[in-house]
Design a protein around this ligand. Structure first.
Ligand code: NAI
Ligand code: 15L
Length: 264
């Protein structure tokens, strides 16, 4: 690729992906509203609010791939979610439609299915059961991506990320953890694939305890290598076992299922 856009580049995953995806394109265009390190060689740093339609048009112009990590990444007030995840995503897709239809990786979330129980094993055809307004905004994002694919042919890999951190931080993350290395190889696989269509992929490592069946995306050839079990001892020594009757131990979305509605 000539130019790859990473939104949310100042965030937790964005800062890691800035380093790990550096060789995937001649130039990385990095964007956020939060502080970012100054541009290095073969980098462009652009501050842009996802809710700014004209700014988003300029941001996407000249990019031939997008890793969309930007937005509200946990439960929040509806107005904040609306600006970044609802209006912001529409702005991103309209800009992509206007500027060469670059392939998009959309960072969706396990919270689109948060109310499935941890004893259920589901595939991507399972109906959505979002656990928060945040999860509902990711359902909207997945639907928007499908509409732009079927109407205009704009390709998106919808990646329902589990828990993408350096290592699993809780018992629940023994199932939901996605390593940085596996996410990196997934991004590489998606941009190298001849065709992606609008495919939904569980962003989860090869954890023994995982809840999600990725067979819809098998054709891509992505095979995650890391396993949360390798960190079980470290995880158990830094956290307590959750009460078996708590949301954290019952639902795939864990504590998100018991959050209330945050007022504006
Ligand atoms: P993060 O919260 O650390 O990063 C998100 C970035 O988006 C932030 O730097 C923030 O400033 C930026 N942002 C928020 N509102 C914006 C706006 N209006 N305009 C421009 N930028 C805005 O989140 P993280 O952990 O890096 O996650 C990245 C993406 O992956 C998010 O979309 C999140 O929903 C998704 N995801 C992450 C998971 C994880 O375990 N890290 C799990 C599931 C989904
Ligand atoms: C998410 O969607 C969040 O962005 C992340 O911060 C974690 O809470 C993750 O889900 C999770 O479920 O562990």
């Amino acid at each position: 690729m000539k130019r790859l856009l990473i939104t949310g580049a100042g965030g937790g995953m964005g800062r890691v992906m800035r380093e790990r995806l550096a060789t995937l394109a001649e130039t990385l265009r990095l964007s956020d509203v939060a502080p970012m390190e100054a541009a290095g060689p073969r980098e462009e740093v652009v501050y842009c609010d996802l809710a700014d339609r004209d700014g988003m048009m300029r941001l996407v112009e000249g990019c031939d791939g997008i890793v969309h990590l930007g937005g509200i990444s946990r439960e929040d007030s509806f107005s904040r979610i609306m600006q970044a995840n609802i209006l912001g995503l529409y702005n991103l897709y309209e800009a992509a439609r206007a500027h060469g239809m670059p392939r998009i990786i959309f960072a969706s979330s396990n919270h689109v299915v948060g109310f499935y129980r941890q004893d259920q094993f589901i595939d991507t055809r399972a109906p959505a059961l979002p656990d928060t307004l945040y999860g509902v905004s990711k359902c909207y994002g997945e639907a928007l991506a499908k509409m732009y694919y079927h109407k205009f042919g704009l390709e998106t890999a919808i990646v329902r990320i589990g828990s993408c951190f350096e290592m699993p931080r809780s018992h629940r993350m023994m199932a939901s953890w996605l390593s940085y290395a596996d996410f990196t190889s997934l991004v590489e696989t998606i941009f190298k694939a001849p065709r992606v269509g609008c495919t939904t992929i569980w962003g989860v490592s090869n954890n023994d305890a995982r809840w999600w069946d990725n067979s819809e995306a098998n054709f891509l050839g992505w095979r995650p290598k890391d396993n949360a079990e390798d960190y079980r001892l470290a995880m158990e020594s830094s956290t307590t076992t959750p009460d078996p009757n708590s949301a954290d131990a019952i639902y795939q979305g864990g504590p998100f299922t018991s959050f209330g509605i945050k007022p504006d």
